[in-house]
Design a protein around this ligand. Sequence first.
Ligand SMILES: CC(C)(COP(=O)(O)OP(=O)(O)OC[C@H]1O[C@@H](n2cnc3c(N)ncnc32)[C@H](O)[C@@H]1OP(=O)(O)O)[C@@H](O)C(=O)NCCC(=O)NCCS
Length: 403
Amino acid sequence: MSAKAGGDSTETTVAGTKDTLAARTSGNGPDPSIREGLAGVVIAQSEICKVDGERGTLSFRGYDIGELACHSTFEETSYLLFYGELPTAAELKAFSARLIGERAIDDTIWRILSVLPETVEPMEALRTCVSALCSIDCEDDDTSEANTEKSIRLVAKVPTIVAAYYRHKQGLSPIDPDPELGHAANFLYMLSGEQPTEMQAGSMDLAMLLMAEHGFNASTFSARVTAATLSDIYSAVTTAIGTLKGPLHGGANRRAMQMMLDIGSVDNVEPYITAALDRKERIMGFGHRVYKTAPDPRSAYLRGRLYELCAELGDFHYYDLATAIAETVEARKGLYPNVDFYAGPLLYLLGVPLEVFIPVFAISRIPGWTAHVMEQYARNRLIRPLATYVGPDNRPYQAIDQR
Ligand SMILES: CC(C)(COP(=O)(O)OP(=O)(O)OC[C@H]1O[C@@H](n2cnc3c(N)ncnc32)[C@H](O)[C@@H]1OP(=O)(O)O)[C@@H](O)C(=O)NCCC(=O)NCCS
């Protein structure tokens, strides 16, 4: 039962969730000093990622996302996020070999996956398994070197867990990682059992690289909150996975793709979007907390890659459909596509099943999360904000038989 504050208890429904105005108003309406959702609040200094929402630019460790998208790989970008510098050829070779060497998962994880109820979603399975990895990792050291090693293990093992669980749910046996394949190509291979083409592997690699890091987004922030209590890195990543799962964060890529499937054809875009906006629904894959005045820079690279993939397939249906939706939503609401929008059809055309879309985001974001957790440990202060209490005061306690 919720206690009511003074004033109206107006309720607004947004995207299926209830946001109770009564819970955040004090008598005369919202308190302007409260930054709801922490919007615009700077809470730390960070050397990992620069997001300029006004200009629509993004860089990792000082390297523009466009440079990385055109020239780097997921492995190299992960190294950059961990160590702050681009690797030499020898360093990259050794780092990639470390990742390959850590891909296998322990029997305990297989057993956990096999006893989960059938209704468990892949993100829930992943959250459970990452939590379990903590007790399997025998390194109880918490130096920055040990945490980097744990981060490498997480980057390497999470794709194996996701692919294994997906196949288990389909009644298929798991596929062992292929040490000859790069990180992205190996993930596609472990999902389907088929060697991806160069275009498919490159497209997956690009999608993962673009999603690898993005400043103090909700899941990264939640990981840092956990790390700031000096809890372990696995707990912090488990927290992040639980946060990413929500439809306003990682869940948007799957919903954006589902929307494209529901719309079906370019002719249906206008009536579908108009009806959804008239119902005050949110269009998944659009809008962003930080990129308000300029597009999310990641979406242009994903759109370009979607075009190339469609060209290779000789079928531009999803490119045309996505473009028509983007143009309509921008014209009607002034909202730009975010990273999730073009990632949807790209993953779909790569054969990634819809239920694995959010886990792909998690696989990609492990380097970002863990780099932030290590940065948090390096200059830690407990994260503990305040709230203005707007509930009732001075209530006399009534004995149970008098209520
Ligand atoms: C990302 C997101 C949560 C950012 O939210 P935010 O910064 O808190 O912005 P708000 O929720 O305050 O929205 C501001 C306004 O834009 C509207 N809006 C924002 N995103 C919208 C969307 N995708 N579709 C329709 N309207 C949207 C809101 O309804 C609100 O309108 P109002 O002022 O008339 O009520 C939001 O844009 C969203 O829900 N997008 C869809 C989910 C998504 O794609 N998430 C992935 C993010 S990478």
